[in-house]
Structures are given as structure tokens and as C-alpha cells.
Design a protein. Structure first.
Length: 122
């Protein structure tokens, strides 16, 4: 049995709140989404990663020789952990410029994917 669900127009407070969000947020800025669709996650302005005492624990400049290009589907595959990301170049789902061993080393620093991770919590 199909239930007939009808909607009502938004109230004045909801309309005003939505308009305020549209004024605050640059919805016409699509560069980040365009980059992510190409598999580009970003660069680090300060490549050395430091611990609480200020010691360098990882220097991302060490990976400057490596450029990895993924399409959106391959990026999701990497983030969800299936199949093994190192297999993507052989499947044609990723291109690696530089030492392919660097991809395996870089991926070794990622935590295991957690599908139950709450990105947004109430």
C-alpha cells in the first residue's frame, strides 16, 4: 500500500534561515568538488608534521616525487579500503608518476577504514 505524502510550503523562519545560509556560503565555488572528482585531495602548506613537542614526525616533502591521480570511483575505493589501493594502477584505476613503491609506503600510513565513523554527530 502506498501512502500519500504531501508537503507544505516552508514557513517564513525556514525561508529566512535558508536565505541566510545562501548568503553566507559560497555555493557557486565548485573548485574543491571539481578537484575531488579528479582525485585531488590537496597539498600541505607546511609539509613537516610535528608532534606536541615540535619534533618532525613525518615530512611530506619526502613524497614530493610522487603524484597519484585517481578518478572519483577509485578515490572512494581507497577511502573505503577495498580493493587494496596498491592494486589500482594495475587495474587502470589510478596513475602514479614517480616511484610506485612510494604509493605503497604512503598508504601504509593510513588508518584502516572505519565505515561506522561518525562524520557528523548530533
Amino acid at each position: 500500500m502506498t501512502e500519500d505524502i504531501r508537503s507544505n510550503p516552508a514557513g517564513a523562519r525556514i525561508v529566512a534561515a535558508n536565505e541566510a545560509v545562501l548568503r553566507r556560503c559560497p555555493f557557486d565555488y565548485t573548485r574543491d568538488m571539481d578537484d575531488s572528482r579528479r582525485g585531488f585531495l590537496g597539498t600541505a602548506d607546511d609539509p613537516p608534521i610535528r608532534d606536541a613537542e615540535g619534533r618532525v614526525v613525518r615530512d611530506l616533502d619526502a613524497y614530493g616525487f610522487l603524484e597519484i591521480t585517481l578518478d572519483e570511483r577509485a578515490l572512494r575505493t581507497v577511502l573505503l579500503g577495498s580493493p587494496a589501493p596498491a592494486e589500482l594502477p594495475s587495474r587502470g584505476a589510478a596513475t602514479v608518476e614517480g616511484d610506485p613503491g612510494g604509493l605503497i609506503e604512503l598508504l601504509g600510513h593510513l588508518d584502516a577504514p572505519d565505515p561506522d565513523f561518525a562524520i557528523v554527530t548530533p
